[in-house]
Design a protein around this ligand. Structure first.
Ligand SMILES: NC(=O)c1ccc[n+]([C@@H]2O[C@H](COP(=O)([O-])OP(=O)(O)OC[C@H]3O[C@@H](n4cnc5c(N)ncnc54)[C@H](OP(=O)(O)O)[C@@H]3O)[C@@H](O)[C@H]2O)c1
Length: 508
């Protein structure tokens, strides 16, 4: 059943289910001044903010695109809209701030752009932090040995740390390898490979060792260092108790799932090939899989783990972290996911209401129904993910597969939650752009398209009943886009007409 959460409900959920730091051995220091969380819309930032709220810190978040959902998700938090690449915006976000959590990374921009963007963002923060007299910066980066030739991803994580450390504001650096938690990209890749494949080929790099850490422990360390002044300006490696190869991690996962997969050494270890194949089988798109696979050719094991004396934790073993993640999924309580950050194709001014002029093409199908708006809305909000699209599911899946073949996001991303939905959530190859309770759900297309597309569901009172409408919008300027629209028209008619009928039927 779909639940639309009030701020109060949300707070209850935050307090009762999502908090990791209740047993943290450090004392909250809410008198500290404003704590700025950057990357708050991302996987780690989204889990850190509720902890800080609960510990009564004055929290400000910096996001690139405003969403009305933030006020509900993070009651009492100040939201500043700024891009790290624009120093004026960064200065504004940092005014009056005591501590900055730096959780930004631009991996999604792809191999040609992300290193440059990462350094530019860090440089802007270094300069603005000095100007605004910020007391300290806390940065979560990647673990890696600078004596070796690192992957572009790990190299960029190190370079960001160095860029931030060049300034006068002391930086606490936490360096983590693979983070295991519900919704983390590494977890979803391993989970889906193990779940789907009866035979798993092991390339040479799957024997590399690393030190995974549970997302709960990462969040505890992030909060713990904030509350311990002796960590100001220091660098720590954080990892769980187990040092495992990727093969070990997959085999442990198989055991947890009770799967009897056959593991065989692979005669080839080509990263391009393996990342492409893994991206076809898992929800995580090719460019992220590739960055992660490139990074696992290097051993990443903690060298300086002195943080364990300063913030003593009972760290979760790999197995425990996987079981905790699986149970979060089973309870439908995944709070953030790797897909929360915007994909590379995203333009921040892409909102439907901000498009100039009316769309070149649109298609509307609607019906009048006696059903209540709230039950209709619940039915609308349950589309996609494992529940499917109510009709012609094979066509939706085929579209997703075609997108994946050409390295788009595809439809395997599914949904963060089966029962709840919030603005910016992903639904297969869509993302929620707007949501008005019992009235409207607007989805923006993120698959590869020769144009920009939206799908809008609306419920409007009419003649004492309700009109349920599905409307597809398509903006295109090229001949390929026009050809695409006309070629897809017969399928759209079939899909959308039936979709409206099925949404109404599902309310019974
Ligand atoms: N997740 C892991 O498994 C893992 C493992 C080891 C280390 N880490 C480190 O942990 C940190 C956080 O990672 P994450 O997994 O939470 O990342 P994520 O989910 O990809 O989130 C990245 C965040 O950066 C923001 N961002 C990107 N470009 C920006 C810009 N120009 N201006 C402002 N914000 C920008 C994104 O905002 P938008 O929503 O606007 O795109 C998003 O909130 C990173 O430093 C990462 O290296 C993560």
């Amino acid at each position: 059943m779909l639940t639309l959460l009030s701020p109060w409900d949300m707070r209850e959920i935050v307090i009762n289910n999502y908090l990791y730091c209740q047993d943290l051995p450090t004392e909250p220091r809410p008198d500290m001044g404003i704590v700025l969380v950057t990357g708050a819309s991302g996987y780690i930032g989204g889990r850190l903010v509720p902890e800080l709220i609960y510990r009564k810190y004055r929290v400000r978040v910096m996001v690139r695109a405003y969403s009305s959902e933030y006020a509900q998700r993070w009651p009492g938090v100040e939201v500043v809209v700024a891009d790290a690449l624009d120093i004026a915006g960064v200065r504004k976000a940092m005014e009056g701030v005591d501590t900055v959590y730096y959780l930004i990374h631009s991996l999604l921009l792809g191999p040609l752009e992300f290193e440059h963007a990462d350094i530019k963002s860090a440089e802007n923060f270094r300069i603005a932090a000095e100007e605004c007299k910020v007391r300290r910066i806390i940065y979560l980066g990647g673990l890696g040995d600078t004596n070796y030739k690192l992957s572009p991803h790990l190299r960029s994580r190190m370079a960001v740390a160095q860029e931030l450390q060049r300034g006068a504001v002391p930086v606490t650096v936490l360096r983590a390898a693979v983070i295991i938690g519900s919704g983390s990209a590494s977890y979803e890749i391993v989970y889906n490979l193990v779940r789907l494949l009866p035979i798993i080929l092991l390339p040479a790099f799957s024997f590399t060792r690393c030190q995974p850490i549970g997302v709960r422990d990462v969040i505890k360390y992030l909060v713990g260092v904030l509350e311990k002044d002796e960590t100001v300006g220091c660098c720590y490696d954080i990892g769980g108790p187990d040092v495992l190869s990727y093969k070990d991690m997959m085999q442990e996962f198989s055991r947890i799932l009770g799967k009897q997969s056959l593991y065989l050494p692979s005669p080839v270890s080509n990263i391009t090939l393996f990342s492409y194949l893994a991206s076809l089988l898992t929800p995580v798109p090719h460019h992220i899989v590739r960055c992660l696979l490139e990074s696992i050719t290097y051993e990443v094991i903690c060298k300086n783990d002195s943080i364990r004396q300063i913030v003593p934790l009972r760290l979760m073993r790999y197995r425990e972290a996987v079981v905790a993640a699986l149970s979060r999924e089973e309870q439908d309580q995944v709070s953030t996911r790797w897909s929360d950050a915007y994909p590379p194709a995203h333009e921040l001014s892409m909102k439907l209401k901000e498009q100039p002029g009316s769309p070149e093409y649109s298609y509307t199908y609607s019906m009048l129904t006696a059903r209540d708006s709230n039950v209709l809305f619940k039915s609308v909000c349950s589309v996609g993910g494992s529940g499917g699209w109510f009709h012609s599911n094979w066509l939706w899946r085929l579209r997703g597969w075609l997108d994946r073949l050409i390295m788009g996001v595809g439809s395997l991303r599914g949904r963060r939650s089966r029962s709840t939905l919030r603005i910016n959530d992903v639904i297969d190859f869509w993302r929620v752009e707007d949501m008005q309770e019992n009235r409207l759900l607007l989805l923006r297309a993120e698959m590869k398209l020769p144009g920009k597309a939206w799908l809008q569901f609306s419920i409007d009172p009419e003649q004492g009943m309700n009109r349920l409408t599905v409307k597809a919008y398509f903006y295109t300027s090229g001949i390929i886009g026009r050809a695409y629209w006309h070629a897809c028209m017969p399928l759209h008619v079939l899909i959308f007409d039936n979709l409206v009928k099925q949404i109404e039927k599902r309310t019974e």
